[in-house]
Design a protein around this ligand. Structure first.
Ligand code: FAD
Ligand code: DLZ
Ligand code: SF4
Length: 508
């Protein structure tokens, strides 16, 4: 009896466990573009296009390899509208009731699959380096689940940048040499871009017709949509941008969207590249003398450290994690996140780039849009929804821990030991936005004062009880307490007035 083999839009890897366990000769692969997946959040049109185009090309590749693939396009009249619905339809068509599936990266879909009357075997997704059991073993008995220690385990496990049982160069982490302010002229020309072929053009037409209201610009579309292209994009990054990745990974420049970032997260997340091959390519550049250790270690840490760690946290913490709101922040997400005008240059640039590219790099996400939402007291559920929809690489297992945990501290400190908040000074140091801004970053109060300067103190006083005894935050409270009382009152009154205008929908 043949079985159905489910391949989801973010499982486009030839060595996917469900495919490895299946039989090309007898089993039938099921792939489906369905409304339940396109509509659980209003995805950026570029994200839907990337996933559909990559799915269609992967299906064609599987057929070439000898698989029977039953593929449903979004506009097919028989489309059942959901993954379980499509499985049921294909089960009826083929007479197979047994399904091999690789565990989805989202509780919602895992539960939907478990609820079907079919005989589904959910196999653990071994494209990740750490299994659920390994993460649980590591987490067991620890008071704090800090990424740095988990990362060291992953270094030992993979042997990446290891010299026997010691870290290459003697240290685990070279961040003291990284994260420099941007000098002029650091752009390397950006990631490799790809001209849409016939398959991609067809998908772009479909997405244009079906999702006209979703936030985001569809064309021009330049993403890699198959493994061959993704491998070229990776090689381009390793050669041109990796050497200075470490030094400038926190830099932000008004006219440069990518700087030294890789733009490989969408490809790893949907399965076109494996996490390990990306890291091995970086390690090889170090061995060949083409990239320095600080950059290569910093890059590899993002993938075998942060990426694996946040995935572990998502499954360790359970399905309620994305809805946590430990700081009880309740303000609605302001329209500026959806492109409404704002005089804050840093935010307008981050949102504009997000709209056009479905991409912003880590520091734009963390220290501009995330920082502002946190200090302005925005409801983390709305912030989570925004990040899940607007970025091309956003899947809940990776997006929620980064947003709800790292960026919004809404998990109460599972991921971050202190909230990532800053005044305008940090943004000024790491970017050239402030020079083009209507606000003055050096001004603390009064007409034209940078809103980050006001809201930073407002946040700290709002949550004083929770944070004043945090050893990493004592200095902040001491600085505040040393400030002249009249000045403190002015800061808080101006912050309140700003928040009122923000909530009233005024342009701020
Ligand atoms: P680079 O800066 O070149 O880094 C290399 C790779 O490291 C990335 O491709 C990615 O695979 C990995 N990586 C780096 N940081 C992280 C991290 N914190 N968590 C997981 N992987 C990481 N990443 C996503 O893949 N999907 C998301 O939905 C997502 N949402 C985020 C939301 C917020 C609020 C924040 C602060 C970060 C988020 N990140 C997310 C992490 C990070 O911003 C992106 O992985 C990175 O910007 C992707 O661009 P890149 O490939 O150019 O990355
Ligand atoms: C994100 C996405 C979208 C937009 N569409 C589809 C789809 O039509 N079919 C599909 O199989 N997968 C899609 N995906 C990816 C899924 O949402 C993803 O597998 C889950 O969020 C689990 O990570
Ligand atoms: Fe952003 Fe303030 Fe700088 Fe303007 S002055 S770009 S609002 S940090």
């Amino acid at each position: 009896m043949s079985r159905l083999v489910l391949v989801l839009g973010d499982q486009l890897s030839e060595d996917l466990i469900a495919l490895r366990r299946a039989d090309t000769a007898t089993d039938v692969v099921v792939m489906a573009e369905v409304a339940a997946e396109t509509d659980y959040t209003a995805h950026h049109p570029k994200k839907i296009a990337l996933i559909f185009a990559a799915m269609r090309k992967f299906a064609a590749h599987l057929r070439k390899e000898g698989w029977e693939v039953r593929y449903t396009q979004l506009d097919d009249t028989e489309n059942a509208g959901s993954i379980p619905g499509e499985l049921l339809r294909r089960a009826e068509e083929t007479g197979s009731t047994e399904v091999l599936a690789t565990k989805p990266g989202e509780w919602r879909l895992i539960e939907a699959l478990r609820d079907t009357p079919l005989d589904i075997t959910l196999l653990e997704d071994d494209r990740f380096l750490a299994s659920h059991a390994e993460f649980e073993d590591w987490a067991k008995g620890r008071k704090a689940l800090r990424m740095e220690y988990f990362y060291r385990e992953m270094r030992r496990k993979t042997g990446l940048l290891m010299d026997g049982d010691k870290p290459e160069g003697g240290d685990w982490n070279y961040d003291s040499e990284n994260r420099k302010p941007p000098p002029d002229g650091i752009d390397h020309g950006g990631p490799m871009s790809f001209t849409p072929d016939e398959t991609v053009e067809e998908v772009l037409d479909l997405v244009e017709a079906r999702f006209p209201k979703n936030f985001g610009t569809l064309r021009p579309f330049h993403f890699a949509t198959d493994r061959g292209q993704a491998k070229r994009a990776l090689a381009h990054f390793i050669r041109h941008a990796l050497p200075e990745f470490g030094a400038y990974q926190d830099a932000m420049l008004d006219g440069h969207k990518y700087l030294n970032h890789a733009l490989v997260s969408p490809y790893i997340n949907i399965g076109l590249l494996s996490a390990l091959e990306v890291c091995e390519a970086a390690a090889e550049a170090y061995r060949a003398g083409d990239a320095p250790l600080n950059s290569v270690e910093g890059f590899i840490r993002q993938i075998i450290g942060w990426r694996e760690y946040v995935r572990g946290i998502y499954f360790h913490e359970g399905p309620d994690y994305p809805r946590r709101n430990r700081l009880n922040q309740q303000r609605a997400l302001p329209p500026l996140y959806w492109g409404a005008e704002t005089k804050m240059r840093c935010l307008s640039k981050a949102v504009e780039q997000t709209r056009d590219e479905a991409y912003a790099h880590h520091i734009q996400r963390l220290m501009v849009t995330g920082n502002f939402a946190l200090i302005a007291g925005i409801d983390p559920a709305e912030v989570h929804e925004w990040y899940l929809s607007v970025y091309v690489d956003a899947f809940e297992w990776v997006e929620a821990p980064n947003t709800v945990g790292m960026s919004q501290f809404a998990d109460g400190g599972v991921i971050a030991s202190k909230p990532y908040v800053s005044s305008g000074a940090y943004i000024d140091r790491m970017s050239d936005y402030c020079g083009h801004c209507a606000y003055k970053v050096k001004q603390k109060t009064g007409e034209g004062a940078c809103p980050f300067n006001l809201l930073y103190w407002h946040f700290l006083t709002r949550h004083r009880e929770r944070f004043e005894n945090n050893p990493r935050m004592g200095n902040m409270y001491r600085t505040w307490d040393r400030m002249d009382e009249a000045k403190r009152e002015t800061v808080l009154a101006e912050a309140e007035a700003f928040l009122k205008r923000l909530s009233a929908g005024e342009t701020v």
